[in-house]
Write a protein that binds this ligand. Structure first.
Ligand code: IPM
Ligand code: MG
Length: 370
């Protein structure tokens, strides 16, 4: 039985609660002789700031770099609204992404049939939706320099963020998207703003070349990012794999999340380049939802996105596709039985808390394994 080294960073708000449910899923895998996990835990976000004045300590960064995979909960909350920008909770997540080189962020948006009515959009628009957003995660305006606010006199300040992309950054993320499209419906849409931004012009140029030279077997489409946002709520099923930059990916993936019923449903995987010797990619898995401070500590949080993120970890880091399929199926079955956390609650369904949702997923895993 393989043993995998997992580093867990539960973070703030509902992070520890949803990570707690993943720990129970890990135990289930161990008890059933499928895999074992060495688990270490660290601090990230506001709790790390409280403990040592940084959004993540160097010691925890080292552990993240050394682990087979990192499981990340959520960061932030009103408690840390006033902390200096450099050490705000989100800085911990951004450092992990940057220092680990996690340039490829995979955000699958799947609308489970049982949840089609939980979306704010009509059932026929979202039912059966299965798209994959591939977001560039270590470049663009998130990290570009200069990034500053300067005093320019006369009571005026000037704020600058820099949107910057080099050819190789666009090439590698487009290739990730295209490789994934080959395992799906062979369709890629690339979103940028070439009509306004130079980075959009280069993005479009590079994506077009990679599509034509290396992936002529795929259907490749280019869409302006604002139009893409509109298309996602008008007719999201026209898309299969959607590749875009860091900022547009942030926004478009929140839209995609709501198509699935709730932000509480969307998992994600952030992957680095394959190691030259071992072929292994550094990886971090996190739900797309945030720390939800309004419901933190009340046992109300939906653990599905976190559990599904662990499913992605099984698939992408541990090469355990069958186990990952089981996790996904267990989630689908629980939803089909009518269990709902408050974020996806609907009339006639059974409302459950975080722990009961975890119980139900584990029970379904048991049923699927027998
Ligand atoms: C996300 C989040 C993060 C981002 C925040 C927490 C920094 O919104 O992962 O989508 O903007 O990337
Ligand atoms: Mg976001």
């Amino acid at each position: 039985m393989a043993t995998h080294n997992l580093f867990m960073l539960p973070g703030d708000g509902i992070g520890p609660e949803v990570i707690g449910q993943v720990r129970r899923v890990l135990d289930w895998f161990k008890e059933n002789g499928i895999a074992t996990f060495n688990v270490d835990e660290g601090l990230v976000g506001g709790c790390a700031y409280d403990a040592h004045g940084a959004a993540i300590s160097d010691a925890d960064m080292d552990k993240a770099m050394a682990a087979d995979a990192v499981l990340f909960g959520a960061v932030g909350g009103p408690k840390w609204d006033g902390v200096p920008y450099e050490v705000r909770p989100e800085a911990g997540l951004l450092r992990l992404r940057k220092d680990m080189g996690l340039f490829a962020n995979l955000r699958p948006a799947i609308c489970y049939p049982a949840l089609a009515d939980a979306s704010s959009l009509k059932r026929e628009i979202v039912e059966g939706l299965d798209i994959l957003i591939v977001r560039e995660l270590t470049g663009g305006v998130y990290f570009g320099e200069p990034k500053q606010i300067t005093d320019i006199g006369n009571g005026q300040k000037r704020a600058i963020d820099t949107q910057v992309y080099d050819t190789y950054e666009i090439e590698r993320i487009v290739r990730v998207a295209c490789d994934l499209a080959r395992t799906r419906n062979k369709k890629v849409a690339s979103a940028e703003k070439r009509n306004v931004m130079k980075s959009g012009v280069l993005w479009n140029e590079v994506a077009t070349r990679i599509g034509a030279d290396e992936y002529s077997d795929l259907e490749f489409e280019h869409v302006l990012a604002d139009n893409c946002a509109m298309q996602l709520v008008r007719n999201p099923k026209q898309y299969d794999v959607l590749v875009t930059d860091n900022l547009f990916g942030d926004v478009l993936s929140d839209i995609a999340a709501m198509l699935t019923g709730s932000l509480g449903m969307l998992p994600s995987a952030s992957l680095g380049a394959p190691d030259e010797k071992t072929g292994v990619r550094k990886a971090l898995y996190e739900p797309v939802h945030g720390s939800a401070p309004d419901i933190a500590g009340q046992g109300l949080a939906n653990p599905i996105a976190m559990i599904a993120s662990f499913g992605m970890c099984l698939r992408y880091s541990f090469n355990m596709g069958d186990a990952a399929d089981m996790v996904d199926q267990a989630i689908a079955n629980v939803l089909a039985k009518g269990l709902r956390t408050t974020d996806i609650m609907q009339e006639g369904m059974t409302q459950v808390g975080t722990n009961e949702m975890g119980d139900a997923v584990i029970e379904e895993l048991g049923a699927l394994a027998s």
